[in-house]
Design a protein around this ligand. Structure first.
Ligand SMILES: *Cc1c(COP(=O)(O)O)cnc(C)c1O
Length: 426
């Protein structure tokens, strides 16, 4: 890990050119690598030497971007995936199989909730949902000897609950399991969960990291602090892997056992790898991440303040507002309390008026996406979270009048004027 500040890492980490080499990240567009001897290639397949074998498993352009993100999060290794969903899938499957269970926060992103509660169920993995308002004791009652991990989001999408990372890391560790944190909304600029006790980080890089709504992607970062061998619960790290001639991940790869296994076993088998060109595009986004996320946060704060003072608005949630229930946690865990660009609010009159309000916006577009440079809006209950039951919606903190506003980096006066004309038209 370099000693540079995050803003410098965004630009300088990862690819470091040698004398006379290309100054910017080269695109290694290809599937295949060449070796001088069969023995050398055999040693790669035996995991005795590090090197690229096949782009499904690793690629130089992708590896440079992985190094940059790893450096930003302060981990021991990262693995880029074809989407955020693939990152969650691979991260959880790396230590969870049929007959086991995971403990998750109930306010997760709708896609993650579907993956965990429907698809994992078919695979024999049970997701047990807990609410942050429960006591430690009550949450503790959801664990048993088959529990493998705790999964939560730093800033939940879209309820915007801020995770008490220290508390949930203590709860997870007291049951000898790791804490997985989806850090998509906060980004490593606003929060580095590993420093607060999280073990494995995942991101949808399709959001602020890319930042321009151009490329789907995900990433897993290994904090390297969880001792898989010591805990005694994870034989997959201490026993031989028959698919690699008996390699023992903890013995051979030490603190990076988790991320090496995720790559050479699950990425090899599942194949949800990113394209080199996608990694290049993601890297362009990462170069300005530190600048953009501050501007998103500053704009969103002013939007939240404006909405909270508007007579047609019934409620506003934004962790950066001093009146917000998540304000204290935001101040504790997020850089200067900056809370990203997502604001949620309701309008007086419920769902019908909420839809009218969205239709009346001109600058802010109705899109499924969040967290990119352009201001956008969405009604989660009828779209991204439509598949959830009424009960799940309530648990995820989504009401019928809930509008999710993703505040972009346009000039704030134009964003405010657009909201004002839409609300005034109701
Ligand atoms: C979008 C999102 C995901 C899923 O990522 P994709 O890149 O769309 O697959 C996961 N977690 C959070 C918090 C998200 O916002």
């Amino acid at each position: 890990m370099s000693d540079y500040k995050s803003g410098t890492k965004c630009i300088q980490s990862g690819y470091i050119p040698e004398n006379g080499e290309l100054r910017t990240l080269p695109i290694y567009q290809g599937t295949t690598y060449k070796y001088n001897s069969g023995d050398h290639l055999a040693s790669l397949f035996n995991l005795e030497n590090a090197g690229h074998m096949y782009t499904r498993i690793s690629n130089p352009t992708v590896a440079f971007v992985e190094d940059k993100i790893n450096d930003l999060e302060g981990g021991v290794g990262a693995l880029c995936t074809s989407s955020g969903q693939a990152a969650s899938l691979i991260a959880v499957l790396n230590i969870t199989s049929s007959g086991q269970n995971i403990v998750c926060l109930s306010n997760l992103y709708g896609g993650t909730t579907n993956l965990f509660s429907v698809t994992f169920k078919k695979m024999g993995i049970e997701a047990r949902f807990v609410n942050p308002s429960m006591s430690d004791e009550e949450i503790g009652s959801y664990f048993d000897e088959h529990t493998r991990l705790v999964f939560a989001e730093t800033i939940a999408n879209p309820s915007l609950d801020v995770l008490d990372i220290g508390r949930f890391s203590k709860i997870a560790h007291s049951h000898s399991v790791p804490l997985f944190v989806d850090n998509t909304f906060a980004t490593p600029i606003l929060c580095r969960p590993i420093e607060h006790g999280a073990d494995i980080i995942i991101h949808s890089s399709s959001k602020y990291m890319d930042g321009h709504a151009t490329v789907i992607g995900g990433v897993i970062i290994d904090g390297g602090k969880f001792d898989w061998a010591q805990s005694g619960k994870y034989p997959e790290f201490t026993n031989s892997d028959p698919s690699y001639h008996g390699v023992k991940y903890s013995e051979q790869f030490g603190s990076a056992a988790f991320i090496v296994k995720a790559r050479v076993q699950l990425m090899r088998d599942l194949g949800s790898s990113p394209q080199p060109l996608s990694a290049f595009l993601l890297n362009l986004g990462l170069e300005t991440l530190a600048l953009r996320i501050i501007r998103h946060s500053e704009n969103a704060y002013l939007v939240a303040k404006f909405l909270s003072e508007h007579e047609k608005v019934s409620w506003v949630t934004y962790p950066g507002l001093s009146s917000d229930k998540n304000y204290t946690l935001a101040q504790r865990y997020l850089l200067n309390g900056y809370s990203s660009g997502v604001v949620s609010f309701g309008v007086k009159g419920g769902k019908e008026v909420a839809m009218k309000c969205m239709d009346a916006l001109r600058l802010a577009a109705i899109v499924v996406h969040v967290a990119d440079a352009r201001t956008s809006v969405l009604h989660p209950a009828s779209t991204t979270h439509r598949q959830l039951t009424h009960e799940q919606l309530k648990d995820a903190g989504i009401s019928e009048d809930f509008i999710r506003l993703s505040v972009g980096i346009e000039d704030i006066s134009d964003i405010l004027a657009d909201l004002k004309q839409a609300l005034d038209s109701l």
